[in-house]
Design a protein around this ligand. Structure first.
Ligand code: ACO
Length: 383
């Protein structure tokens, strides 16, 4: 009889040199570098390069990487046609997943282990995800997509394609750091699902579309969206103790809290909180930041000692909300950043591939008789 570990909790599924997390000390490193340092000094594209190639780029390498990304930001008109044909009330994560899967049909990959092909697929995916997200956001409102602008940085360009306005430097920096903080996080549900797909030697477009599907759920990337909906439901600070008590007594989850690995406050949430505070308008009587701080205090007193503390999604949604971004775009933005980490894991998997094929513990019946259809009674298919 095998041991059974629900959710594979605590079971290493790979050896990896991409990132490291210590959930008790609150440490997260990408390729050995603390995220706080990257948040302060790096940019999303530089961090993506680091994750993919295991070293910080030289000026020349970063320039070439950036130019390649910029060159591939446009999407084919047939991808735009595909996005146009999707229901406008559908979730943008589903649109993103469909478009990324479709990219694989336009750019077939013959040998996933070939280096140039890998480089080009990584460039295309990092380059095109923001264009797809912004295009769907505009198309569903009846607006034409805005083509990328080569004079803008990666973060500036995304916000410009989304809003038709070039953001100021402070906002661009905050958004870029949010992308850095979302770019990678060791083994997790979406990374694992991508690695399972990669282990069949499927192409990176298919791998990334698997990961996008997995990220969508409210227990994973979808939590940032759920946090804003939850805070909007709370009328005022004084309702928070009752709100928390009620949820906990019904064994309901409070979104943006808890993590399989972190037992202290998620280090990414600490950086995010500073930005949320920076963007907060203290005169706003419905300030989500004020409510979030009060909720964090209440949660700390009620479940903090159990290790249930804010995760990255708790403050990221508040930042994007303050930036005027629609709530259902939060998770696609998460995907735009995480694609760097997913690709790094995908390539690591190709390198030392071993097909994922776990076992199961069967607990169903044996030798069940086949019953002719005329003898079957609804809800009782045997005996
Ligand atoms: N609110 C209230 N109680 C919680 C929360 C929460 N957010 N998170 C965990 N708990 C409680 C559970 O009810 C459970 O209590 P019990 O032991 O009395 O039964 C205990 O803590 C363990 O919870 P599990 O869900 O079993 O722990 P797990 O490690 O699987 O949870 C998870 C991790 C799924 C993230 C969970 O904390 C959760 O659902 N949080 C809310 C959703 C969320 O914010 N997800 C984003 C995670 S970050 C990311 O994916 C980028």
């Amino acid at each position: 009889m095998h041991d059974f570990f629900p959710g594979l909790a605590g079971i290493p599924a790979a050896k990896s040199s991409i990132s490291f997390v210590d959930g008790h000390e609150g440490i997260l490193e990408y390729r050995g570098i603390r995220i706080e340092e990257l948040a302060e000094h790096s940019s999303f594209l530089e961090t993506a390069f680091l994750l993919l190639f295991n070293h910080l780029p030289t000026n020349f390498e970063l320039d070439q990487f950036t130019r390649n990304i910029f060159h591939h930001r446009r999407i084919k008109y047939r991808i735009i046609d595909l996005l146009k044909s999707l229901p406008e009330q559908g979730h943008p994560m589903d649109a993103l997943q469909a478009a990324v899967a479709a990219l694989g049909m336009f750019y077939p990959v013959h040998d996933v282990r070939e280096e140039t092909t890998r480089y080009l697929t990584a460039i295309r995916l990092i380059a095109k995800l923001p264009t797809i997200v912004a295009a769907f956001a505009r198309l569903r409102r009846g607006d034409e997509p805005i083509p990328p602008r080569d004079d803008l940085t990666y973060a500036e360009n995304f916000l410009y394609m989304l809003t038709e306005q070039v953001p100021d430097l402070a906002l661009t920096k905050i958004f870029d750091v949010c992308l850095i903080l979302h770019a990678e996080h060791t083994m997790n549900a979406s990374t694992f699902s991508g690695m399972v797909t990669a282990s069949t030697l499927a192409a990176p477009y298919t791998v990334i579309s698997s990961s996008i599907g997995t990220l969508e759920g409210p227990l994973h990337g979808g939590a940032n969206e759920a946090v804003v909906h939850m805070l909007e439901e709370i009328n005022s600070e004084k309702d928070i103790p009752l709100f928390v008590e009620d949820k906990l007594s019904k064994k309901e989850k409070i979104m943006g809290f808890g993590h399989r690995i972190y037992k202290v406050k998620d280090p990414r949430a600490i950086v995010m909180q500073k930005f949320a505070q920076q963007l907060d308008n203290p005169n706003d009587t419905r300030s989500l930041y004020t409510l979030a701080r009060a909720l964090e205090r209440e949660m700390e007193s009620q479940v903090g000692p159990k290790g249930i503390r804010p995760n990255i999604d708790f403050y990221s949604g508040i930042i994007y909300h303050r930036m005027g971004i629609e709530t259902d775009l939060f998770t696609p933005i998460f995907a735009m950043a995480r694609v760097a980490g997913w690709l790094a894991h995908c390539f690591e998997q190709y390198q030392e591939n071993h097909l994922f094929r776990p076992d199961q513990i069967y607990d169903g019946p044996h030798r069940r008789p086949y019953q002719p259809i005329e003898e079957r009674i609804k809800g009782q298919c045997e005996e």
